[in-house]
Design a protein around this ligand. Sequence first.
Ligand code: TXA
Ligand code: MG
Length: 354
Amino acid sequence: MLGTLLLKPMQTKILYPDPEAYALASDLLNRGQLVAFPTETVYGLGANALDRNAVLSIFAAKGRPADNPLIVHIYDRAQLSDLCTVSPLARPLMDAFWPGPLTMLFIRKPAVPPEVTAGLPTVAIRMPSHPVAAEMLKTCGLPIAAPSANSSGRPSPTTTAHVLEDLNGKVPLILDGGACDVGLESTVLDLCHDQPTILRPGGVTKEMLESVLGREVLLAGSILRPLAENEVALSPGMRYKHYAPKGTVTLIEGPEERTVPLLRRLCLEQKQAGKKACVLCFTEHLGALSDCDPHDIGSVSSPDEIAHRLFDTLRRLDEEGMEIVFSEVIPPEGMGLAVMNRLGRAAAFRIIDA
Ligand code: TXA
Ligand code: MG
């Protein structure tokens, strides 16, 4: 009953952020409805975090499994005291990285409905730096639960067009803030256990966190490999197939004098067999792979650029009906770790060593 009610189709309005748009967004959010909005990482699908029915409608619109918890977005640290117990370790990290692409887990307070946290004792909190997100949060005055504004299982949206592809008719308003800067979702950091642990790598890197904390930050095991059977996911989102285009993606690693010829050979073999095949390659290798329908993932020397483009590239593969895709890889350091986490999962961790 609730499901059918929530999924009643509606017209999706797209507005450039101006005072009227913020007023409408605030009105919708305060009435328990959804608003899609830009952040510096990816677009979010927001609802009042304190209203369980509003939160349930996020899950319905995305087709998201109910056991995958949401991040709560705030614009002011004064909002924290109602939501969670903040660990002292978090203060210097807030000083250094908020507002920005860092999500931290804290012990949840009862005001946060269990629908937000999927029944977990912890709640994930983030203060986005995107001016449109900040203004929307301020105008509505609510903590906003927001996952990425994609259909569950698709790459996260980094433009309004991506949001519309997945959620047209399922959200009354999209605030259009152009393309997201970072392009990959925030770093999720667990501060509720003995050692600070990154559950999902993002724009705030392990190295950046360690330099502020002055101690080692661990990486959850499943960041660069699939979860083992029976292994408990520290972050429920890690259990789900994600970021995966419809075609089969395979990563090719090794020195470039070997990877580039191998990418070319594998791709041309598939093309000769009648498959729709292409390569994802660095800007520097576009020439050498020109007969392989090369898709430019960005310069080998710029992991930030690769991050910024990755989800758009993955979405385009589906539009083009690609069946077989071979991709270059970058070292999993700094922003490269976040890129390789997403690319690895897009490839179901299929990797060939050249
Ligand atoms: O950049 C971002 O974080 C974007 C923007 C919109 O803020 N949001 C986002 O949300 O990526 P979502 O729902 O797509 O991803 C949230 C991730 C999921 O992997 C989820 O399992 C994890 O955070 N998460 C949320 N709450 C958690 C908790 N209490 N414990 C462990 N993991 C949690
Ligand atoms: Mg997501």
